[in-house]
Design a protein around this ligand. Structure first.
Ligand SMILES: NC(=O)c1ccc[n+]([C@@H]2O[C@H](COP(=O)([O-])OP(=O)(O)OC[C@H]3O[C@@H](n4cnc5c(N)ncnc54)[C@H](O)[C@@H]3O)[C@@H](O)[C@H]2O)c1
Length: 384
């Protein structure tokens, strides 16, 4: 079965991600099922979509007819049997291996094995999920970013057994939906959630050592680095329950490589339920009239912070390339389109000078004697 304009798309899970992906499929003219076991999640998804579409009308991005078409394209359902004629299933339910496998087993009984099945998982292995399929070659990861309708990047993650034809069909379809796709190996964090780790973890390390406070680190990375948000603002925005868990999962999945070691400070925030903006409190206090600390705009300190974080980021990008996680072009695209970095990390590294990056990491290694600070062999080779 070839995926095309007439393909019927089933989205499983009508939460944050599923409802956004359903909006994309329906906007692109597909008959779209949005299935959830929880009726109130379906109701919420529907009322939210109406609000989103009304806002798009106000901004003259769509007209009333388009709104009606999009709404008519989506069938909200809690009856799994309705999904039987689907051609592509994209699962976006709770991040739990066994629950996802149970769901896929049930879906295969209803839809059959010839459908293309995909997961939007952020952290589970595609290979582990694929073990419940009769046709493992028809299963793939399609990783959207939040908010899915707005963020252009989609990581396409075949498992080692996914059929190339399926990978290409999925890539073509998602590109037609106006997204920028990158191809990545089925490894922890894929591209973005792996390569971006040092942005958080090195900043947390600088905080934990008492070198600078959150406001100063955020200021340095925005002012000197040109990042749109500082790491602490961004972690508060993402939520520590999400961001910390991603870090911990990547750390465990990489067999406790110290490069990915999480911070106890962030863990404590999560344990206290201070998950960031959505909780009203995280690194910053979001209560009305709350007074937050001001950065000490010390340029030398700012340069130190930026140099340390960017060196670790560039090193991680080189390591992803070294381990063949993705092509150089796709890693650049992923970091500029997925997380809005002001520059691709390879281009940035060249600009700073690869030998300078290597030197910084080696200096940190000399100081700390920790395996966390080890320049990637490919980075060293390129620097020479
Ligand atoms: N939120 C993000 O930023 C983000 C980004 C990329 C990928 N993801 C991934 O997308 C998936 C969904 O995340 P989310 O943030 O949208 O979650 P969510 O909690 O907002 O929504 C999950 C929905 O799945 C439904 N559900 C749970 N079990 C179900 C089942 N067995 N059958 C049918 N529906 C079921 C729930 O009722 C809920 O409405 C996860 O795998 C997550 O890792 C999340």
């Amino acid at each position: 079965m070839e995926l095309n304009q007439n393909s019927i798309i089933a989205i499983i899970g009508s939460g944050t991600m599923g409802s956004g992906i359903a909006q994309i499929a329906a906007t692109n003219g597909h008959k779209t099922y949005l299935y959830d076991t929880n009726q109130s999640a379906l109701d919420k998804a529907k009322s939210n979509l109406i609000k989103v579409l009304d806002r798009l009308i106000e901004k003259n991005k769509i007209d009333n007819n388009k709104k009606e078409d999009i709404l008519n394209n989506i069938i909200y359902t809690n009856d799994i049997n309705i999904l039987s004629d689907s051609n592509l299933v994209i699962e976006a339910i709770i991040e739990n291996l066994e629950i996802k496998k149970d769901l896929f087993t049930k879906l295969q009984e209803i839809i059959g094995e010839n459908c293309i099945y995909a997961t939007n998982t952020s952290s589970l292995s595609i290979a582990a999920l694929s073990s419940c399929f009769k046709k493992q070659e028809n299963f793939i990861g399609i990783h959207f970013f939040n908010p899915a309708p707005l963020l252009p990047l989609v990581e396409i993650v075949p498992s080692f057994i996914t059929d190339n034809i399926i990978t290409n069909q999925v890539k073509t379809l998602i590109t037609k939906w106006g997204k920028i796709t990158v191809l990545t190996k089925d490894t922890p964090g894929f591209i973005v959630n792996r390569v971006a780790r040092p942005f958080y973890s090195e900043s947390l390390r600088i905080l934990d050592e008492g070198i600078a406070d959150i406001a100063t680190i955020d200021w340095a990375l925005k002012e000197i680095g040109g990042f749109r948000m500082g790491p602490f603002e961004l972690m508060d925005f993402i939520g520590h329950d999400v961001n910390y868990i991603v870090t911990e999962t990547v750390f465990k999945e990489f067999y406790y490589d110290p490069r990915f070691k999480p911070s106890l400070t962030q863990k404590r925030l999560m344990e206290a339920g201070m998950n960031g903006r959505k909780s009203g409190r995280g690194f910053y206090n979001y209560a009305e009239n709350a007074i937050n600390i001001e950065p000490s705009k010390d340029n030398r300190l700012g340069e130190y912070i930026f140099n340390r974080v960017i060196a670790m980021l560039v090193n991680e990008a080189y390591d992803a390339l070294f381990m063949n996680i993705a092509s150089k072009e796709d890693i650049e695209l992923a970091m500029t389109k997925g997380v809005n970095y002001p520059k691709g990390l390879f281009a940035w590294g060249e600009e700073i000078g690869l030998s300078n990056i290597v030197q910084r990491i080696q200096e940190l290694n000399t100081e700390y004697q920790e395996d966390r600070y080890r320049p990637c062999p490919l980075l060293k080779r390129m620097a020479n």
